[in-house]
Design a protein around this ligand. Structure first.
Ligand SMILES: [Zn+2]
Length: 584
């Protein structure tokens, strides 16, 4: 190594060490520094012998500095490294446009309570809530429940949605229900009618469509406003039947998108036949989506509308209405589609599946509803992190369940206690057990202070054998003469094995010997120290087996890890343990 190269090398070590120290409260860790060094400069592996001494020297020197001093050096020499590290650590959302124009940032989430929420809603909720948190603004929840016929709201879902938001940690600052606001919509309908910016169209729908496609007005459009106000009152009084009259907002009849032309704002629903679950048959005239939503966004002071790009046309429609009313359209952010491979995010398919009995309930583990995810032990933190990392980008994104699981695993791994679950148990008889063993198994491998599960394995007096449960999958992988380590217990050599039982001999206790022999590690439960256990899998099948005795002390909603099986949420604990499987 030339002297010049040598000093460059030392500089690099110093930089990595300082960055590491700043991240760890002023104390750099030699192992982490070496790891980072070798990953940045793989060619240094050739010098692997000299590196530890060099690094530990630098680590010592750096750790002697105060954290403030370390920070000062890093900020001065490598400010970009600090920024980059921070961005990687916690991804933040890009700023919202035109924030300075508004005294307070207001966003809204506006579900129709005709179904429970599912992962597809997470993006709107998390982005709206997170931006409000960023700008200390206001997050509005608005139930859009003005279609008692085709998208009929269901009473229980208002509360289910409130609960889902609370679970996600996205509680609204304000709540509105559109079915409580019908008189307000009437008021604005009258205003646009009176101003000649809307009209009551009594044409046959096909006839109107034909005219609109040809960019021609129907025969109602140009009648005087007084006539339309008369028609409007007849709508309210019940002189028109369902489908006979509709209020239309005037737009540009030659707008390139025919679906924008004179869009419908309010229509009649036979509410005797289709009563609303909250307000019954009180109203016959109901606002359609764009009208109610447009009026509300303005009246509720929404400054930033954050929603999927499938709403772009709705924005174009509503902009005509805003112009008529002299209102300023809010800032609109339209993000791309987010698909999760293998997850059905179609509300209609979920509703249909429930109705036909394909799914047991809204929290059926095959569904991507929040209720189902919650039951399986998917944490709200994982969902939030996933959404924030994707952000509000306009391009379409395809994710997999595995992406969500990876976030969840990161959250659970350091928290979830470990237990043994033996799936499809078979008996393993171990001979020549020399003494009584009292293994202490850590509840968490990295947290000795977290406590232990303790078992006693006493060999039978007549033949020194002990019997344990192991899973059939493990048993069927056993080979005669093979050395196996029973996790945290002892090492055995297999002597006989069939589909229902296995026999082995004790050979030694030390883990080191198992490691040398390359012995696979399998988990076990002592005979008699078990309880029946069912794990509901994501495909709704049930994995039957036994859990270790220590599971008797678990409480519902705890998320644990069954070692070598996966993370799972405790659902019921009584004579039997029932859990829902999250993921590996
Ligand atoms: Zn007409």
């Amino acid at each position: 190594m030339t002297p010049r190269k040598d000093s460059e090398f030392k500089k690099l070590i110093r930089k990595i060490t300082l960055l590491n120290a700043v991240r760890h409260k002023g104390k750099a860790q030699t192992g982490a520094v070496i790891g980072k060094l070798l990953s940045e400069r793989p060619e240094l592996r050739a010098k692997a012998k000299e590196i530890p001494a060099l690094v530990s020297e630098v680590v010592q020197e750096v750790n002697n500095l105060s954290l403030e001093e370390q920070k000062r050096i890093v900020e001065k020499k490598w400010p970009e490294a600090l920024v980059k590290e921070k961005a990687e650590e916690e991804k933040v959302l890009p700023p919202l446009p035109n924030v300075d124009k508004y005294a307070q940032i207001v966003t809204r989430f506006s579900p129709n309570p005709d179904c429970v929420l599912h992962l597809g809603s997470a993006r709107a909720i998390v982005l709206c809530h997170e931006y409000v948190r960023m700008y200390k603004g206001k997050f509005v929840l608005r139930f859009e429940d003005t279609d008692p016929k085709l998208k009929r709201p269901v009473l229980e879902f208002y509360d289910a949605i409130r609960e889902d938001l609370a679970w996600l940690g996205c509680r609204p600052d304000e709540e509105h229900i559109q079915s409580d606001r019908i008189p307000t919509y009437y008021e604005y309908a009258e205003r646009v009618l009176k101003d000649g910016n809307a009209y009551v169209c009594a044409c046959q729908p096909e006839l109107f469509r034909e005219k609109a496609l040809a960019s021609e007005p129907c025969e109602c459009r140009d009648l005087p406003p007084q006539e339309h106000l008369k028609r409007w009152h007849r709508m309210l009084e019940g002189s028109y039947r369902e489908g006979e009259a509709v209020v239309r907002i005037k737009t540009d009849l030659s707008h390139p998108n025919p679906a924008v032309r004179d869009w419908p704002a309010l229509r009649i629903i036979d509410s005797e036949k289709y009563p609303h679950p909250r307000v019954g048959s009180r109203y016959r005239v109901w606002p359609l989506y764009n009208f109610a939503c447009g009026v509300d966004d303005h009246l509720m002071g929404v400054t930033h509308i954050i929603r999927g790009k499938e709403h772009l046309t709705n924005m174009v429609r509503q902009e005509f209405m805003y112009k008529h009313l002299g209102w300023q359209y809010p800032e609109a952010i339209h993000y791309g589609r987010l698909k999760i491979k293998g997850a059905s995010l179609s509300k209609s398919k979920i509703i249909q599946g429930i109705r036909e009995g394909l799914y047991k309930d809204w929290d059926d583990p095959r569904l991507a509803t929040f209720a189902a995810l919650r039951r399986r032990g998917i944490t709200p933190g994982a969902i939030k992190k996933l959404i924030i990392d994707v952000g509000p980008k306009t391009s379409d994104v395809v994710l997999s369940w595995e992406n969500l699981y990876a976030y969840n695993r990161k959250i659970l791994d350091s928290k979830a206690d470990r237990y043994f679950f033996v799936h499809n148990p078979v008996q393993l008889m171990v001979k020549n057990v020399p003494k009584t063993f009292t293994p202490k198994l850590r509840l968490h491998p990295d947290q000795p202070e977290g406590g232990f599960r303790k078992y006693t394995i006493t060999p039978r007096e007549d033949n020194n054998s002990a019997v344990l449960w192991i899973s059939r999958t493990d048993a069927s992988a056993l080979k005669i003469q093979k050395v196996i380590r029973l996790m945290e217990l002892f090492n055995i050599k297999i002597e006989r094995v069939n589909a229902y039982s296995a026999e082995a001999s004790f050979i030694s206790e030390a883990y080191e010997e198992a490691r040398k022999a390359g012995a696979p590690l399998i988990h076990w439960i002592p005979l008699g120290a078990d309880m029946p256990c069912q794990v509901v899998m994501p495909d709704a099948t049930i994995a039957e087996g036994i859990a270790e005795n220590a599971c008797k002390g678990l409480k519902p909603n705890e998320i644990i890890q069954f070692e070598r099986f996966g993370f799972t949420r405790v659902d019921e604990v009584n004579m039997r343990l029932k859990t829902y499987y999250a993921h590996r």
